[in-house]
Design a protein around this ligand. Structure first.
Ligand code: AMP
Length: 221
């Protein structure tokens, strides 16, 4: 069996991590792990974890490390994660990074590469506030740059498109603040390990994907 490949995708909220992580996971046969999607699912199921997480998410704050860590650790020990994963929205703090390393070490693995999608703050707000997503299948659209064929309806599955509560402008600004304070310092850490690859996330999505693939190709070759 080939060695598992573990890829972190880092960048501010709205940089395109979700879209690109899904495509990379499909291209490299890896499990796409989005802690944001997992948390939103818990909220929509109204589970205990969802109820606990909702308040933080609505404010644009981070959900406590411990809650997210448990979810991640369980998933990583499962069979679906055995070939490797693309981590989208995790880690977001130094403590989460330490936990990821610990769990991967238990599995004789480590983060192989960190892809940094760099997008300036001023572009982020326009991007996120126009974002619409399908709650049924997770497909992502934008009211200006990636419109569905029929307004408000998912091309892939026909379900209605909605705006995430935390994609409202005021919350987006808070999420950016949280990103710069807690998550951006991880870039230095991955850089010092020599595994950080930076890609300009302002380019068109297909172009970004090509560049990310190239950065990945060098690692997986
Ligand atoms: P995302 O879809 O990745 O932008 O995540 C949406 C929201 O879920 C974030 O603003 C946080 O409130 C929460 N969240 C997602 N991932 C994490 C994480 N790794 N740690 C803490 N909170 C998270």
């Amino acid at each position: 069996m080939t060695r598992a490949l573990d890829v972190v995708i880092l960048g501010p909220p709205g940089a395109g991590k979700g879209t690109q992580a899904k495509r990379l996971a499909a291209a490299f046969d890896l499990l796409h792990i989005s802690t944001g999607d997992m948390l939103r699912e818990e909220v929509s199921k109204a589970s205990g974890l969802g109820a606990e997480a909702k308040g933080y998410m609505d404010r644009g704050d981070l959900v406590p490390d411990e809650l997210v860590g448990k979810m991640l650790s369980k998933l990583l020990h499962g069979r679906r994660a055995a070939l490797g994963c693309v981590y989208d929205g995790y880690p977001r703090t130094p403590a989460q990074e330490a936990l990821l390393e610990d769990v991967l070490a238990e599995l004789n693995r480590r983060v192989d590469v960190t892809l940094y999608l760099n997008v300036p703050d001023k572009e982020i707000v326009a991007r996120i506030t126009g974002r619409r997503s399908c709650r049924a299948c997770g497909a992502i659209y934008h009211v200006v740059t990636q419109r569905p064929k029929k307004e408000g309806v998912c091309d892939a599955c026909g379900a209605p498109l909605t705006q995430r509560d935390d994609d409202r402008e005021q919350v987006v600004r808070e999420r950016l603040k949280v990103y710069h304070k807690h998550t951006a310092p991880l870039l230095e850490l991955y850089k010092s390990r020599g595994i950080l690859r930076e890609v300009d996330g302002s380019a068109a999505p297909d172009e970004v994907f090509t560049r990310l693939r190239e950065a990945m190709g060098k690692v997986s070759a």
